[in-house]
Structure formats: C-alpha cells, structure tokens
Design a protein around this ligand. Structure first.
Ligand SMILES: [Cu+2]
Length: 371
C-alpha cells in the first residue's frame, strides 16, 4: 500500500486518489500536452515531474488519454533512475555515479533548450527542458501518411566529470521512451580507459491505479520452421534475463483494464540496447527485476536485498526495474591532451527503452482523421 492508512475512512480516500487523474502537482511541475499540437485534440498526456536530489529528474505521475472522451489512464506512479553504475575495465574504479556522486540537476539556459525547437525551460532555477516537437514518421501507407509528435522532458545529472542526461519522451501514440545519455569529460587521468555506463531505471508502472497489476516475461522461441512466444507470469520478486535471440519483453497489465473489444490492456517494456551488461556485482546480474512496491526501495544497488523475501508480485502493486548499458570506447573525438590539460567533450551516447501500449486503444491511433 502506498501510505500507512490512519483509518479505514482515510484509506478509502487515499485509494480513490490513487486512481484519479486529478493533477497532483501544479505549474511548472505539471506538464499537460494535447496532440496534435495544432488542430482538434486526439490524445493527451498529463505529467508531474520533480527534481529529487541525487535522482535528478523524476516523473511523479503520468496519465494518458487515448481520446477526448476517454478517461485518463495512469501509466506511471513514479519513474526514475535507480543507479548509474560506471565500472572501468581494469576492475577499478567502479563508480556508483547516482547514489555516490550525483550533485543533482545542472542549471540549463536557452542554449540548452531553444524556443526555436519547441523548448521551454522549467523550474527555478531552470533544471528541466520541455520540448514539444515532430518525432518523424508515425505511419504511412503509400500516399496516406501521418507524422508523429511528442513532449520530451529532460534534465542532466552532474556526477563528477560526467553529465548524465535523463530523457523522458511522451508520444502522441501513448508510448513512452526513456533514455539515459552520458556526455562531458572522460575520467581525468584515465581519459583513454574503456568503461561502461550502466543505468538502472526504477519504473513504477501503475496501470489504472496501483492495485491489480501483473507482469509477464515474454520470449520468442524458434523450433524448426515454426516459433512460439511463451509468456510466463512473474509470481515472486526476482531478477529476470533478457535474451537477444528471444526478443525478451516485459508485459505489464491490470486485471480490470480492457479495451472496447475486451482485450487485456498492457504496456510492453522493450529494451533499446547494444548489448547485455554482466558486471560482477549482484545487482548487475539481471536485466529486469520485478519488486513489490515499497516507497523506500529506490536504489538499484540494493535490489538483491529487496527481492530476498520473494514477495508476491502477481495481481499486486509492482515496480519494474530495467538495466541498460553503454560501452564507452574512448576515441580521439572525445578530446585530447594539450600541454597536459585534457580538452574536448565526449558527445552524447544513448541507451534506453520504449514502453509501448498494447490493446490500450481500440483501433489504430492517429489514423481516423487521415483515412
Ligand atoms: Cu564514458
């Protein structure tokens, strides 16, 4: 449960609040965006964000509305980075950039976030850039075509020599894309040492409120000319493996949530990755973790402890964790030593994921007006 209920009456009130889309924040921490940006509304996001200490930019609520007449659907109760692990190839150092070195969000200015590209600075001081813009092709069918749009919130966590970009895109088709990016200076004195940047996200996905959510791990398995897609319910808190040749995805659904056809509505967590990190630390031995919601459980380095009691996560209040990774091979383009001083900047490198709606809509989104 989200809160220690003081009484049954208060409990009912809190339960009601958890399922409502009423804004739990106000400007500049409330971001509401209808799509398309110009013209009759089709879809809408309602998002709350906060700057939370070492975690930097945290999404503290996100609701999606698939049509002007539909109810808002809660997608996130809370979405944040739970760690940025940076181990160097010689075996040390092994930095916990978020829990140890984070200095919180960097102050941004109009050069980071130009109005000319749809940018608006948020916060005082300004620590978040909101960008509303075209996201390229949404779909096409010969001469019929629709371009997509999105609202992006990004900020940058300062951690020693690195700037760690936290990037959340909420798309007009109901999808969310999360990214982590590393930029700025290679480690002073070790500028040419290969290392990894391994972010671990804590995604508190609460479809239609925090109760009644379940997680399946779904794989694609080939056998001769045929293939199957076994779906396994995750019943107990645990770490889970991503298999490149099995296209592993994590599906989150709510026991009561269906579309107009009666199909179970889900969100699919789909990794966008270049490889599968396996550092020796226990928390970095699984690509996904599923835990029972606990408000105090926010650090990925403690995941083995969080799952040790194997709590039930079926038809429950669940949190999904995902580990991405960047393999940083230093290059001349990162910079050079000039008279003993390193000059340059490593250009931004990305890793992330997409959270994709599945049977949330009743039919193809962003389609009717152009048919
Ligand atoms: Cu690096």
């Amino acid at each position: 449960m989200r809160t220690v209920y003081l009484s049954a009456l208060l409990g009912i009130a809190l339960l009601s609040m958890a399922n409502t889309s009423a804004a739990q924040c106000s400007a500049p921490y409330l971001v509401e965006q209808a799509f398309p940006v110009n013209g009759p509304e089709e879809t809408r996001w309602r998002i709350c964000w906060q700057s939370q200490g070492k975690h930097g930019l945290v999404i503290t609520a996100a609701f999606f509305r698939k049509s002007p007449n539909a109810p808002f659907l809660r997608v996130f109760w809370d979405a944040r980075l739970g760690e940025i692990f940076v181990p160097y190839h010689p075996g040390n150092p092994r930095f916990l950039d978020l829990s140890t070195y984070s200095q919180g969000l960097v102050t941004l200015n109009s050069a980071h976030c130009p109005a000319a590209v749809g940018g608006t600075l948020l916060g005082s001081p300004a620590v978040v850039c909101k960008e509303v813009h075209d996201r390229g092709l949404a779909w096409m069918n010969d001469s019929n075509v629709r371009r997509g749009q999105e609202v992006v919130l990004w900020g940058t966590i300062d951690a020693y020599n690195y700037n760690n970009v936290v990037w959340w895109a909420f798309r007009d088709d109901g999808a969310v894309e999360g990214r982590y990016g590393a930029t700025a200076m290679n480690l002073p004195g070790s500028e040419k040492i290969v290392h990894m940047h391994t972010p671990i996200w804590r995604l508190d996905i609460d479809l239609d409120g925090f109760q009644g959510d379940s997680v399946h791990i779904v794989n694609h398995v080939e056998s001769g000319a045929s293939a199957t897609d076994p779906s396994t319910l995750v019943t107990k808190e645990s770490g889970l493996e991503w298999k490149a040749d099995e296209f592993t995805t994590i599906h989150v659904h709510d026991s009561a949530l269906t579309n107009a056809h009666g199909d179970s509505s889900m969100y699919h967590l789909m990794p966008l990755r270049w490889g599968r990190p396996r550092h020796q630390e226990a928390f970095a031995q699984s690509d996904f973790w599923v835990t029972r919601y606990r408000g105090s459980e926010i650090w990925a380095k403690d995941l083995p402890t969080y799952v040790a009691n194997s709590e039930n996560v079926s038809n429950a209040d669940v949190v999904v964790w995902y580990m991405g990774s960047l393999h940083h091979l230093p290059r001349a383009e990162d910079g050079e030593s000039v008279n003993g001083v390193f000059r340059g900047a490593a250009h931004l490198m990305w890793t992330g994921w997409v959270l994709k709606p599945h049977n949330v809509f009743d039919r193809t989104p962003l389609f009717e007006r152009r048919r």
